[in-house]
Design a protein around this ligand. Structure first.
Ligand code: NDP
Length: 256
C-alpha cells in the first residue's frame, strides 16, 4: 500500500543514475521525501528535478522534498559530516537505501590492481556498513526504521572475472543477514534486494567507459530495467510494519 510512504524520508545512496535514480522517482511518486546521495552533483540535480516533476504529477500533498547531497560513501570523513550537509528538516530518516556500488574490470585475480580492490570494498562494503551504522543508531533511538541493501546475484554465486565484486556482494549478504538477526524483536526492518542483470551505467563502469563493450553484455538478453528493481525496493518499503521482506532475488526471464 503506497500510502505507507506518505511523508516518509528516504536516504538513498547511488541516486545519480540507474537503479538509484529510478528508485528516487518512484519514492517521489509515492509521497516520500528523498535525500539523494552520490558523487556527481549535476546528475543528482537532474534526478532531483525528475523527482519534483513526479511528485507534482502525483497530486499528493505529503512529501516532495528532494535534497541532492554530494557525498562519496567510500570516504569515512564525509560520512561523519553527513548531518552537517543534509537539510535540517530531512534529518529524521525513516528508510535507508544502500544502493551505491560498482564493479570495475573483468580481470584475472593476479591482474587486479590494489587500487581497484580497495575501491570496490571501500564503496560496496565499508561505505554501506558506515552508512548503516550511522542510521541504525537513530533507528534504535526512535524504534522504527528500515535498512534496504542492494546485494546481487553476485552475492550468492561467484563468477570468473568477478572475484572482487562477488566478494564485496557476498560481504553485503553476510552483513545484511547478520543485521537482520541482530534486530529481530525490534520494529526495525532489514531487506536485501539481489538483482540479476539490469541495464544501467553499471556495465559502462565495469568496462571503464567502453560503451560498446558494455552493450554486448546485454545482447541476446532482455535485461531488467532500473525501474524493475526500483519497484521491488519501494514494494519492500511499503509493506505493513509487521512484515519484513528479508530477501528479494530478481532475474530477467532469460537469465538462470
Ligand atoms: P549505476 O552505475 O547506474 O549506479 C551506481 C550508483 O552508485 C551511481 O549513482 C553512482 O553515482 C553511485 N556511486 C558509486 N560509487 C559511489 C561512491 N563512492 N559514493 C557515492 N555514490 C557512489 O549502476 P546500478 O544502478 O546498476 O547499480 C546500483 C546497485 O545495484 C549497485 O550496488 C550494484 O552493485 C547493484 N546491482 C546492479 C546490477 C546490474 O546488473 N546493474 C546487478 C546486481 C546488483 P556517482 O558516480 O555519481 O557517485
Amino acid at each position: 500500500n503506497a500510502s505507507r510512504l506518505l511523508g516518509k524520508t528516504v536516504l538513498l545512496t547511488g541516486a545519480s543514475s540507474g537503479i538509484g535514480a529510478a528508485t528516487a522517482v518512484l519514492f517521489a511518486k509515492g509521497g516520500a521525501n528523498v535525500i539523494l546521495i552520490a558523487r556527481r552533483a549535476e546528475a543528482l540535480a537532474k534526478v532531483a528535478d525528475a523527482c519534483t516533476a513526479a511528485h507534482k504529477a502525483s497530486g499528493l500533498q505529503q512529501g516532495g522534498r528532494f535534497a541532492p547531497v554530494q557525498l562519496d560513501v567510500s570516504d569515512r570523513q564525509q560520512i561523519a559530516n553527513l548531518w552537517n550537509i543534509v537539510p535540517q528538516d530531512l534529518r529524521d530518516v525513516d528508510i535507508l537505501v544502500n544502493n551505491a556500488g560498482y564493479v570495475l574490470g573483468v580481470e584475472h585475480v593476479g591482474d587486479i590492481s590494489e587500487a581497484d580492490i580497495e575501491g570496490m570494498f571501500a564503496t560496496n562494503v565499508f561505505g554501506l556498513i558506515a552508512m548503516t551504522q550511522l542510521l541504525v543508531k537513530d533507528f534504535k533511538k526512535k524504534q522504527s526504521g528500515h535498512v534496504i541493501n542492494l546485494g546481487s546475484i553476485a552475492g550468492r554465486e561467484p563468477y570468473a572475472g568477478g572475484s572482487i565484486y562477488t566478494a564485496t556482494k557476498h560481504a553485503v549478504n553476510a552483513f545484511t543477514g547478520s543485521l537482520l538477526r541482530e534486530l529481530v524483536n525490534t520494529p526495525i526492518r532489514v531487506t536485501e534486494i539481489q538483482p540479476g542483470m539490469v541495464e544501467t551505467e553499471f556495465s559502462i563502469v565495469r568496462y571503464r567507459g567502453d560503451e560498446s563493450a558494455a552493450k554486448k553484455v546485454y545482447q541476446g538478453l532482455d535485461p531488467l530495467t532500473a525501474e524493475d528493481i526500483a519497484e521491488e525496493i519501494v514494494w519492500a518499503a511499503s509493506r505493513p510494519p509487521h512484515v519484513n521482506i528479508a530477501e528479494v532475488l530478481v532475474f530477467p526471464v532469460n537469465q538462470a
